[in-house]
Each structure stands twice: as C-alpha cells, then as structure tokens.
Design a protein around this ligand. Structure first.
Ligand code: SF4
Ligand code: SF4
Length: 200
C-alpha cells in the first residue's frame, strides 16, 4: 500500500514539474516580481544632467586654492601638501617674498588632477588652510592636459566656490609671519600688510 502511494505522489510531482515547464511558470514568477517593483516603487534613476543628486556636506570634489578677504593668496609655499600627497599630484615652486627674506609664497603651483584620489590629505596637511575641496565634480574633458591646473586656475576655482573669505589678520610678530596667527600680547607691527606679488 505504502509503495503504491509513494509511486503515485512521485508521478504527481513529475506532472507538476512538467506543467510548470510547459507554462513557463518560473519566468512568469520572475516577471511578476519585476512588474511589482516597476509599479510599486518610484524609479531610482536620475536623469543626469537635467537632474542632479544632492551632495553630502562632506563631499570631496575639485581642489581649490584660497585667498584672504583682501585678495592675498593664503598659500605660503611650504610644500607640505606636496609631501603629503600620496599620488604626486602637486608641484609647488616656492620663492621668497621680494624684500622680505623670511616670508615665502608659491611662485608656481601645479596640480595634475588626472592622478588625484580626492583623499583630502593635502588639505589636512596645509598649515594655513590655503587648500580646500569644493563640491565641483563636472570636470570631464576630452583632453587630459586640461586637467593639469596651474595656480591661477586653482585660485579661480577657490574664488567661485568660496566667496566668503577668511579675514586676514595683521601680522604681529616677525617670527610668526608665515602663519595667520594672532598673538594678542605681542607688540604691534609697523610694516604694511604682506601682499604677494601677482595677487589681487
Ligand atoms: S586629494 Fe589626495 S591625491 Fe588629491 S592632491 Fe590632495 S593629497 Fe593628492
Ligand atoms: S597649499 Fe598649504 S601646504 Fe601647500 S604649499 Fe601652500 S601653504 Fe603649504
């Protein structure tokens, strides 16, 4: 009796499998899942460039050089960003500020953005906050030489992304003239504020 019942159930399951194959049951099941998602959920595709994603606050986009509120370049040509960069993106050509031998500035500054990882280590390394990461990301070019940026281009990126600039404090002690640091107890400095050559 048991053997007959077992044979009948095996025959039934084979018939079910055969009917499923004949009616494309698995495909219909898959299409049902697809259609359910299509009708139930909103599309997640963004129609770029007509629609753009909201970027997170800490988004790390194109790098920029910054200026103080009086137009002076913040960069003091210390090369720390160049040393910190793991991809050798940055080249700084540092020079003395004419007439002020203890002060330096970046006479030339280059970034080869084809190599950049957008890790932000250069920004962290800069002692005067002269570098910043913007939220610009639309930098596709046909010629990769256009991604080799010079100081003027990097300053222009900074100007358009950071219209509110840090106030440039009066330099109050000759030994801390490199940095924008205020020492309230130090005697006032008579000399005119530093303006590097070629800056606004
Ligand atoms: S973000 Fe990283 S890889 Fe790009 S220049 Fe700065 S340190 Fe180099
Ligand atoms: S950007 Fe900052 S770290 Fe780089 S050379 Fe200028 S001051 Fe130094």
């Amino acid at each position: 009796m048991g053997a007959v019942s077992h044979r009948r159930s095996s025959w039934t399951s084979r018939l079910v499998e055969w009917l499923k194959t004949l009616t494309f049951y698995e495909i219909a099941l898959g299409m049902k899942a697809t259609l359910t998602h299509l009708l139930r959920y909103r599309p997640v595709t963004i129609q770029y460039p007509h629609e753009k994603r909201l970027l997170p606050d800490n988004y790390r986009g194109m790098l920029a050089l910054l200026r103080y509120d009086d137009g002076t370049e913040k960069c003091v040509g210390c090369d720390l960003c160049e040393a910190a960069c793991p991809s050798r993106v940055i080249t700084v050509v540092s020079a003395e500020v004419p007439g002020e031998p203890i002060k330096r500035y970046a006479k030339e500054y280059y970034m080869d953005m084809t190599r950049c990882l957008f890790c932000g280590m250069c920004v962290q390394a800069c002692p005067v906050d002269a570098l910043a990461m913007t939220r610009e990301y639309e930098w596709s070019v046909y010629d990769k030489r256009h991604l080799f940026l010079n100081k003027e281009q990097l300053l222009a990126i900074g100007d358009r992304n950071f219209p509110i600039r840090e106030k440039r404090l009066e330099l109050q002690h000759p030994n801390v003239a490199f940095f924008n640091v205020a020492f309230p107890d130090s005697p006032p400095r008579d000399a005119a504020p530093l303006r590097t050559s070629g800056t606004g």
